[in-house]
Design a protein around this ligand. Sequence first.
Ligand code: ZN
Length: 353
Amino acid sequence: MGFFSKTIRTLGPWGGYQLARQICRNQPRILMYHRFSDPPVKGGASPQFFEQQVRHIKDNYNPFSLVGLMQYKREHGRMPSHAVVITVDDGYRDFYQYAYPILKKYQVPATLFVTTGFIERKLWLWPDKITWLLNQIDDIPEAIGVGDLVITVGPINDETRPVYWRQWIDHSLSLHDKEKHHFIDRLAERLGITFPLSIPPQFEPLNWDELAEMQDNGIEIGGHTVTHPSLGRVNDSQARVEIFGCRDALNEKLGQCQRTFCYPNGQPSDFQSFLPGLVREAEFLGAVTAFSDLYGTQDPYLMRRHASGDDMFQFFKATSGVEFLGHKLRRRIRLRRESFLGATDIASPGGNT
Ligand SMILES: [Zn+2]
């Protein structure tokens, strides 16, 4: 654990979180969740922890959906104070099962970003296909070459599965969208496995009726493309189909209303500079990434999000603003170090000056 984390763990409960909350009162924090499960699984959120978090947000902050936050900003010319936004990606059924009843109980709004082709069951999300493949096999009996990737021999167990998973996911993300699907199909073929025709229960999406019900009860249903490609790996016309197609499906099935958007995967490599313009043209009021840094909500079409889940330390760090302040502090230290080193260089006798 780094010095920064240690300091927060010590000082946070002794007023550090309260202090950060006060300093960051005009900087909304957007939290990001993906899957919910009971019993808990690593990296997900369980109803027990989620209820504690929702109650904490309700008692200490001003909860908004993302579209609510953007509408407030447009109306008042500034962000609301102490705002926290809960966002959930993709459109899995577990949101309806575990998270929605809690949000409804506490009357806390949230934003659910859905991949419309997934909701229509035309596809299952490609990372789930990789997860599913790895759950079907006990070992890689001989080295396999799929495209540029060589998969080494080895057992598949709790220890090695995440390593293979990361390798196959990273390789998929390095490919253009069509090549990525081709890679996953070839991978299955080489492993001698056929994908089921329907989406397996653990990866099932919500349906339009459930989405309509939630939309009527304070949940914004936002856009997350049609097929969940990395938008860093598509051309302008493909991006247009993904962004506008998603908007049209949402408006057709759930009625026309203002919404926000979320870039799939959401890392810097999943992004291209023309995307915010397209998202704005499709009349989304704002858009979010999947990482946090010191830019926070500065650009409405590239707002940063803080990871959340069952890790309460991460939750408090993200919600209070400590994580955001940490990014600012780190940058300040880096700049100071750079300017110090720069000054030393200039003053050094061996320099060219
Ligand atoms: Zn996603």
